[in-house]
Design a protein around this ligand. Sequence first.
Ligand code: SF4
Ligand code: SF4
Length: 482
Amino acid sequence: MEQLKIKKSFRGGMKLPKFKGIPDANITDYFSLPALVVIPLRRGTGAVNEPLVQVGDEVRTGQVIACNNGEVATPVHASISGKVVAIEKRLHPTQKPTLSVVIEGDGRDEWMKTAEEKRAWEDRTSEEIGKVLYEAGVTGGGKGGFPTAYRSSEVPPEQIHTLVINAIETDPYLVANQQIVLDKQDEFLQGIRILRRALGDVVVLLGVDVKDQGLGKPLSENAKDWPWLTLCPLRAKYPQGEEEILLGTLLNINLPGGKTPVDAGVVVQDAAQVLAAYEAVALGKPFIERTISVGGDGVNSPRNLKVRVGTPIRAIADELAPNIPLRVAMNGLLKGVYVKNLESPVLRETAGLTLLTAYDDRTPFYFVRMGLNTFSYTRSFISLLPEKPVEPRLRGEERACLSCGYCIDVCPVGLVPTYLARYAEKKMWDEAQELDILACIDCNLCSYVCPCKISLAEQIKKGKRRVAKKLAKEEAAQAAVS
Ligand code: SF4
Ligand code: SF4
């Protein structure tokens, strides 16, 4: 194994301050078996799967309950044993109603028996391993999916030349990835070999936090005979863990807007997916539970939890933050989605839940004393301090842009958020496209640092949707002509 001497980083971004309620990375508990699970039939960007069960059917843990053989998708499994009580549209954490299978548990957790595989995984071909990964539901992670011969990505595995493993989290509340590498190093390293074999023995880059002192040495010892693996120390600055940023930092690849890493021949997987790959291929276990970080100032004892996919978020909130009005973010404070309906479930893609106490104490005229007294990033106006910590709560009202340029400083992909938001607001789609609005990775940093509290990222997100629609229409019209 090679280890890069230089600590890599990228332009822009931000080291976020420590907030209250950061999970204790050393603690990982099993969350109790849920009484009911809601399992959406869509994974990531893939198509909605066709249900293979009906209301009233008895199912076992690990049983395939939906799959789709025509389009890019990943099979879906029951995460508990029990009875199917509904197949209907339920609210996804992103607020989109999504076809879901609802299972009422029988408390027995009886597993589906799978055909016993006597051969060690090392004796299997890459296609055989790809099949297991696909059938176990491991292939839906990462933008663009994980390429196998089984419609798990638009790109075939032959086009992949590099596998990037992300063991770094830069959101303060997400710590499970790093912990998996420390606690389960043997399984994690085997998982890397399994994924590499499935892709046809590609080059592997492993991105870790430079501060993870305990990591580098054992990794180098365990993987000393693997010339194909490079350990890449990275500065833990938000949003380093994003796929587009990892590609730029490690491989100097700048993805054009609307493209995913697999289009550039690179697969990016996080530590939880690597572990899931190990469990699927070496232990025959489908991807029905994952370790998530549960933190936030509303949580009594912030920690990592092993949770069954489909567990309603309310069940976790009721246990860890009982009787507290909450705002809940899934997958990070900045980048994550705010979950409005707590009945929506934990997904295979859930890396963490941040439970923040709800507030109603906005101070309406705070902005008149901006600079010295507000929680703000600004160095403009009369502030004598070089930089002030940012507080994620909205203080003061939105006001006109003062051209401080902080949104431009922090944008990790070199955009000009203030113009993009203005173009989006005024529906100037051509101009927004020209300034590469589609390259925005929705990191939300621009909104976070804006001293004028302008919801830049939100407007840019809306603008992106419209520009993407416009481009799709133009492409369809061009295809019709030719
Ligand atoms: S424009 Fe997009 S990528 Fe740039 S800071 Fe804002 S949200 Fe992040
Ligand atoms: S939009 Fe906000 S951060 Fe950007 S230049 Fe204007 S005031 Fe500064």
